[in-house]
Write a protein that binds this ligand. Structure first.
Ligand code: MRU
Length: 345
């Protein structure tokens, strides 16, 4: 198979962070560079970078920038500067737990350092490690998940859980890529994923780039496709999976899970261990509510009357009884998920 989408979505360049500008896709593949934590927080908020693992790594790099830029000469002062950027970065988006996990991981590294110089160095090394680890973990998860995929399968996904949602390779799309690498013929059905259109703009772009057959559908066609028997398996990403087995992912995932159950189609979230929130159960998670403008406009053009009330939840929650199994880099988790999640941790 051709050379898979090998670019890195987020990279650490020593004194700045380089990212693919996902708001410009699919029209243009361009990069942006940020040298302050404030700029990185804004890029996360405005979805220049998005997808749970990618925003985690980007936020960690934002903290590393804070360490570099701080003028502190004493460790407590450096940590205070870093903490303040860490809080700003954590406030950028509330649902993906990877953001919190990644920021805490670099802060822990800094706290363990004996000197200011070592803290700066250790944090830089840690973010480079996280960048490489992300791709490695996704490849491992892909390999394990691909064992579930049969030659000729058509897979329904949601949003973009691909290379662009991670540093590289992807979670749900990593499973697809690994199946293709194993020589299987796989097709993907891609819902457009209103309102931000990650399916149409990003997933269709990535899959087309890799020559993996895909069909773009409107979000409203999901049930129809399942009812016609056109889907063999649903594979989606996740922004957070709580210890009681509830899966938080892009809005529209829950309806896929319900309809998949109705039509006897297996449903699998694919997520790295860093997406599991072992400290929380489902009703303790905040689902991000985004601006009404995303719903009343498509690519800047108003499509609804002025003043109409709008709800714009960015994520939804799929209960564990709709999940067949969960794909992780540590193996396939089977129900009951509260037990298999605890055993994986
Ligand atoms: O709002 P987004 O684009 O950040 O949402 C992304 C998703 O919901 C993905 O499915 C999820 O982060 C998993 S990505 C590997």
């Amino acid at each position: 198979m051709a050379d898979f989408f090998t670019l890195r979505t987020v990279t650490w360049e020593g004194d700045h962070v380089k990212m693919v500008d996902q708001t410009a896709l699919p029209a243009k593949l361009t990069y942006v560079s940020y040298s302050t934590p404030e700029q990185v927080a804004s890029a996360i908020r405005t979805m220049v970078v998005r997808g749970a693992p990618a925003i985690g790594v980007a936020a960690a790099m934002g903290v590393a920038l804070a360490a570099r830029r701080s003028k502190a000469s004493r460790l407590p002062d450096l940590l205070r500067d870093m903490e303040s950027s860490a809080s700003l970065l954590k406030s950028a988006r509330p649902t993906a737990v990877n953001l919190f996990w990644a920021v805490d991981r670099v802060m822990e590294k800094a706290r363990a350092a004996p000197t200011v110089g070592r803290a700066r160095d250790d944090v830089s090394v840690e973010v480079m490690k996280m960048e490489d680890e992300d791709v490695r973990v996704n490849r491992e998860m892909g390999k394990r998940g691909a064992e579930l995929i049969r030659d000729g399968d058509t897979i329904l996904t949601q949003c973009n859980a691909g290379a662009l949602a991670t540093v590289g390779y992807g979670t749900a799309l990593g499973v697809v890529r690994a199946a293709v690498e194993q020589g299987k013929l796989v097709k993907v059905i891609v819902p457009e994923t209103r309102p931000a259109l990650q399916g149409a703009r990003l997933t269709a772009f990535e899959l087309s780039h890799d020559g993996i057959p895909c069909t773009l559908i409107s979000d409203t066609a999901v049930g129809h496709m399942l009812s016609l028997g056109r889907v063999d398996r649903v594979v989606v990403g996740a922004d957070r999976i709580t210890r009681d087995g509830y899966v938080f992912n892009k809005i529209g995932t829950y309806q896929e899970a319900v309809l998949a159950k109705r039509h006897g189609v297996p449903f699998h979230p694919a997520a790295p261990a860093s997406t599991f929130d072992l400290a929380r159960v489902h009703d303790e998670v905040t689902i991000e509510e985004r601006a009404a403008d995303e719903v009343v406009r498509i690519r800047g053009r108003r499509i609804a009357p002025k003043g109409v009330p709008v709800a714009n939840p960015a994520f939804d929650m799929t209960p564990p009884d709709l999940v067949t199994s969960m794909i992780t880099e540590r193996g396939i988790l089977e129900p009951p998920f509260a037990d298999s999640i605890a055993a994986m941790a």
